[in-house]
Design a protein around this ligand. Sequence first.
Ligand code: ATP
Ligand code: MG
Length: 139
Amino acid sequence: MRTNRTFTMLKPDALEKGMIGGILEKINSAGFRIVGMKLTQMSQKDAESFYAVHSNRPFFEGLVAFMTRGPIVAAVLEKENAIEDFRALIGATNPVEAAEGTIRKLFASSMTENAVHGSDSDANAAIETAFHFSERELF
Ligand code: ATP
Ligand code: MG
C-alpha cells in the first residue's frame, strides 16, 4: 500500500440523512482522488473486528450496533500526506469539538454518530483497505 493513501467510511448516519453528496463534495474540494469506492454493510463480526481496539470500552456495543445498522460507503482516497490531511478535514471525533468547516462539524450529530471514519496511520489504512477492497477494485 502506498503511503499517500487513506481509507474512509461514510457511516450509516451519513447515508440515512442523505449526506453522501455533501461529504464527497468536501472530499473532492480538498484535493483527494477517489481510488476505490463501494456501498456495503458491515456484519456484526466485521464491525467487532474493525473496532477490536475498543472492545473493552463501555461504548463498544453501541458502536458496533451503530456501524452495522445500515449500509456504509467505503472508499480509498489518494493525496499527498493523505492520512494527516484527511484527519484534519474530518475534524475531532466529537463533533462538538470539531473545528469549523470540518466534515464532522458540518455533518456529525454525536460522538458515536460522527458521519465519517478516517484511518489514523499508514499501517491501519493498509489493513482497513484490504478489509474492504481487492487490488482489482483500486484504480
Ligand atoms: P474513526 O476511527 O471512526 O475515524 P476516531 O479515530 O476519531 O474515529 P476512535 O478513537 O478511533 O476515533 O474511535 C472510533 C469510533 O468509536 C469513533 O468514531 C466513535 O464513533 C466511537 N467512539 C470513540 N470514543 C467514544 C466515546 N467516548 N463515546 C462514544 N463513542 C466513541
Ligand atoms: Mg480511529
